[in-house]
Design a protein around this ligand. Structure first.
Ligand code: MG
Length: 384
């Protein structure tokens, strides 16, 4: 049986991954869960440890980890904490590391897992946004596979299975739901509250990515993620708004033939495919009935109203630490918006300001990324 380490196990992706693990029991791709890591949700993690008989667990928060040790004193589970705990956990006993933490805090665990030769199932897009160059180089050097879990990237990865010659690929087309504010004007976005922004039309996700979806920062981050994952430059990655989230993304060949991947919006398909690639197994996900949808709609993204998308393209073109600055500012700004400390439209403004203040550099290391991230967060705190 293969062994799985899940970072972010109490979040939306983590819970659905455990559901996939349950469904794969009895198949030739059955997994045992060797490590679970979460931020601070003691009760949820304890339940998962008991249900899956997990030998090692990590809580990022030290106090929460101390609580978990008391609550699991009757078990033989080893409980670690902090970034050191996360890094030790990913180097431990696992074949596959599913990184589903929120934010660029996932960068160092991803790099540590690659260094330790683990196969990566990547749901943490910020890892590639801020550290794509370092991560992809480390993966090449260690001959480690990175399988996408993000639904659009899984769709492209699935489409690419029919592309034996890389040079025949001409572009990637990412679909975007458009979020809850599709069709709105900038004026209408001035009064947006966290409650309004947290109502995503199609996907049920964590708070940070749902806000990113409302600002369309998520799609900008995904353009960067796709560029690194598939080695395609930003100007050959299109974005099309597709309201129903049935077509998960597409690729175009040089003869203008387009291949798409479709399905009901349910993350358990991309999670399972990342864990069982190249094999497929039955899944609890509903079958797609196209007639139920009657029509699928597509629109150009409104880059005037949703400035995060062109900002991310600019960040990708400038390269260096600009993506880290944009991402760090966005993470900090989203947190402040959720606390009602800044308006919705301040999120793209703060991210743009962080990009403007970030000097261009050619070469950089992990420490430089962490510094650029910290500077961007400090800038947001000072301007908010
Ligand atoms: Mg996505």
């Amino acid at each position: 049986m293969k062994k799985l380490c899940i970072l972010g196990s109490t979040g939306s992706i983590g819970k659905q991954a455990l559901d996939v693990v349950r469904c794969l029991q009895g198949t030739e791709d059955a997994y045992s869960v060797s490590v679970l890591a979460a931020n601070r949700d003691v009760a949820a993690l304890e339940e998962q440890i008991r249900a899956f008989k997990v030998p090692m667990a990590v809580l990022f928060d030290e106090q929460a980890a101390a609580d978990l040790r008391v609550r699991t004193a009757d078990l033989s589970v080893r409980v670690l904490s902090g970034m050191e705990g996360l890094l030790e956990a990913v180097r431990g006993d696992a074949d596959v590391v599913l990184n589903a933490v929120v934010g660029m805090v996932g960068l160092r665990p991803t790099l540590a897992a690659i260094e330790a030769g683990k196969t990566i199932a990547l749901a943490n897009k910020e890892t590639l946004v801020v550290g794509g160059a370092l991560v992809m180089q480390a993966a090449r050097e260690k001959n480690v596979a990175i399988y996408p879990v993000d639904s659009e990237h899984s769709a492209i990865f699935q489409c690419l299975q029919g592309c034996p010659r890389k040079h025949d690929l001409s572009r990637l087309i990412l679909t975007a739901s458009g979020g809850p504010f599709f069709g709105k004007t900038r004026k209408e976005l001035e009064q947006v509250t966290p409650e309004m922004a947290l109502k995503h039309p199609n996907w049920s996700m964590g708070a940070k990515i749902t806000i990113d979806s409302a600002t369309m920062m998520n799609k900008g981050l995904e353009v960067m993620e796709a560029s690194w994952l598939f080695g395609v430059p930003e100007d050959r990655i299109d974005v099309v708004v597709h309201r129903e989230s049935v077509v998960h993304s597409l690729i175009e060949y040089n003869d203008n033939s387009v291949i798409a991947q479709l399905g009901v919006p349910d993350m358990r398909i991309p999670i399972q495919y990342a864990l069982t690639y190249p094999k497929r197994f039955p899944s609890p996900v509903k079958r797609l009935n196209l007639a139920e949808f009657a029509k699928l709609t597509f629109f150009e993204p409104d880059e005037e109203t949703f400035g995060c998308l062109p900002l991310c393209r600019e960040a990708m073109r400038r390269g260096g630490l600009v993506p880290a600055a944009v991402n760090g500012a966005n993470e900090a700004a989203v947190a402040l918006f959720l606390q009602r400390k800044i308006p919705f439209l301040a999120i793209p403004e703060l991210a743009r300001e962080a990009a403007a203040r970030q000097p261009d550099v050619q070469t950089f290391a992990v420490e430089d990324i962490l510094e650029a991230d910290a500077r961007a967060r400090a800038l947001v705190a000072s301007l908010a």
